[in-house]
Design a protein around this ligand. Sequence first.
Ligand code: PEP
Ligand code: MN
Length: 298
Amino acid sequence: MSIAGNVGLADLPRICPLISRRVQSSGDATETRVVAVGDVRFGDARPVIIAGPCAVESREQTLAVARAVKAAGADMLRGGAFKPRTSPHDFQGLGVEGLKILRAASRETGLPVVTEVMDPRLVETVSEYADMLQIGSRNMQNYPLLIEAGKSGKPVLLKRGMAASLCEWLGAAEYLAKEGNLEIVLCERGIKAFPAGEYSRNVLDLSVIPAVQGETFLPVIVDPSHATGVAEMVEGASRAAIEYGSHGLIIEVACDDAGAEKPRCDAAQAISPATLGRIVSFVDARMECRAMRKAHAV
Ligand code: PEP
Ligand code: MN
């Protein structure tokens, strides 16, 4: 008996030949494609740290957080202008006004910006303001959105669907590649599996990192904020992700002097700039260790 639609890793060369390491590999199986966003290079030796607020709430809040994450050593700024919320009555983001604020924060700090686009009709607009488009977990299999983002030619941060298998995730990335866009960075952000919701928001699937790296040459990063949903867990999850070979991290940060008492979205998972600074120091220390080990091995 066979089951319609049931696919496994063996099917990947057929599902996503354009991004398959097995199909495309020119021999060196350890090579990762470097995806550049300005001066930031995903997939290079040094993991990329993206940080910023969950949502752009105001100019003051976004600029304060942008300055703080820059000072803490972040490489890129995140922040949602269009927010996917469970309830339509909740804050939905500032829209185009939020994009303008992000651009201003980028101009001031020099940090390139990644922000989510949820609607295929808005890919062009978001592309005008953002350096990298984020396709969120809820939209990982929004094929018209993937096709538009692929056509835009902009670098894309493709988050894993919250219940997506590796095959489904890489299949979604193939939609971007089929439009000629290989500027793709994958992002594990936790999956819905028991006991998600009991003591953490989702289950951080660390073992998918080496699995992704085995199947595709695209860089993969980790979002410890949405994976755990708990500020106290973010530092440990970040370190674990780096140890597993993640090419970077995307982290939500809030600061006290940001002009709002508490973020309007995801306050429980926002870390302080000081904690972000410790994560950056950890990444620096790991890179030094790796460099030393390499030098000794020669
Ligand atoms: C986000 O990063 O702002 C976000 C909504 O994440 P996800 O799509 O992973 O839930
Ligand atoms: Mn969030």
